[in-house]
Design a protein around this ligand. Structure first.
Ligand code: NAP
Ligand code: ZN
Ligand code: ZN
Length: 346
């Protein structure tokens, strides 16, 4: 086994703290890479606090992972020692179901293996990127361009693909009015992609102070959702709402902002089930849809697109010792726009 060090939550009620653990030896198809940076996703917090479902503890979170390859197995063809490498939210899937064959490993009928808070085919728990090194089957390791800032690339592995994938699926682009609901880690990437794809982008936010940033990110409009006069102005206005909100919120209000045949896409995962009044859907034949991360090929496509168009995340680099404070700020919506852990501080 390989000895690894990281930060773990020992229980859902304890803060993250240093923890040593073991990873599997590098198998014939595995890549081991040393982690340089790991993004901090709101899903990390949901999971260490058991907000969705009972987790596997101790838990080492982190699924926005970038670094440099240290060792490759004898059958590995895609990577060489010294290459940049990245891993997102999954490290394996069954590879035989219809979804896996279609490149939709995130929807694997047998359940994909999460980068952390999951169990590999060996039955052992998986541990994420708040750590110094990781071992992953090469099929689930991505290539990263050396043209972009590596720290700012890390959030693309979750925040990036989670917003890129639904925008591509729904072919959002020129002629569409897209609302991005919530300007956090996912939201700010949604703005960048929406603008790059040619849509008219409006940020719907509860934070008035984010208006300046929204415009800097390329958004054409900003609506403060706590101001009734402002939301009234955009009633029936949008073709799509990409909903990145992490807490319970008012679907009746947001659905009223869609045009006829408009689509509300949930990517945010509030801990409680959402409440959608049937009338809000009937009136205008609207639909509520969802999307989970993206498949491996699509994640590579997104990374390549970002390299070509010079798109990265806006980040605040943190010392791993400050992770609990970073979570507190994230819950308050006070992150511009993604915390990334500098793993050299481990
Ligand atoms: P984040 O950085 O904390 O951003 C969430 C944003 O939502 C906040 O910045 C805030 O924006 C808004 N918000 C928060 N509480 C709100 C409330 N009560 N009412 C209205 N707006 C509120 O989180 P994130 O990392 O982007 O993640 C967002 C959500 O997506 C989380 O639930 C996460 O678990 C989920 N997620 C899903 C997937 C997937 O595959 N579908 C992947 C990754 C993450 P404003 O200040 O602008 O209002
Ligand atoms: Zn995530
Ligand atoms: Zn499968």
């Amino acid at each position: 086994m390989i000895t690894a060090k990281g930060y773990a939550a020992q229980t859902p009620t304890t803060d993250l703290a240093p923890w040593n653990f073991e990873r599997r030896e590098v198998g014939p198809h595995d890549v081991q890479f040393d982690i340089s940076f790991c993004g901090v996703c709101h899903s990390d917090l949901h999971q260490i606090k058991n907000e969705w479902f009972p987790g596997i503890f101790p838990m080492v979170p982190g699924h926005e992972i970038v670094g440099t390859v240290k060792k490759v197995g004898s059958h590995v063809t895609k990577f060489r020692v010294g290459d940049l490498a990245a891993v997102g939210c999954m490290v394996d899937s069954c590879r035989t179901c219809e979804n896996c064959k279609d490149g939709l490993e995130q929807y694997c009928s047998n359940g994909n293996v999460g980068t952390y808070n999951g169990r590999g085919k060996d039955g052992l728990p998986t541990y994420g990127g708040y750590s110094n090194t990781i071992v992953v089957h090469e099929d689930f390791v991505l290539h990263v361009s050396d043209k972009l800032s590596l720290a700012a690339v890390a959030p693309l592995l979750c925040a990036g693909i989670t917003t890129y994938s639904p925008l591509r699926h729904w072919r959002v682009g020129k002629g569409h009015k897209l609302a991005v609901l919530g300007l956090g880690g996912l939201g700010h990437m949604a703005v960048k992609f929406g603008v790059a794809f040619g849509a008219e982008v409006t940020v719907l936010s509860t934070s008035p102070e984010k208006e300046v940033d929204a415009k800097k990110l390329g958004a054409h409009k900003f609506v403060l959702t706590t101001d009734r006069a402002q939301t009234k102005n955009v009633k029936g206005y949008f073709n799509f709402i990409l909903d990145t909100v992490s807490a319970p919120h008012d679907f009746k209000l947001y659905l009223s902002l869609l045009k006829t045949n408009g689509t509300h896409i949930c990517v945010g995962i509030p801990p409680k089930p959402i409440e959608v009044p049937a009338f809000s859907l009937l009136d205008g034949r609207k639909r509520v849809s969802g999307s989970s991360i993206g498949g491996i090929a699509e994640t590579q496509e997104m990374l390549d697109y970002c390299a070509e168009h010079n798109i990265v995340s806006d980040i605040e680099l943190i010392n791993i010792k400050d992770i609990t404070q970073a979570y507190e700020r994230m819950v308050k919506g006070d992150v511009r726009y993604r915390f990334v852990i500098d793993m050299a501080t481990l």
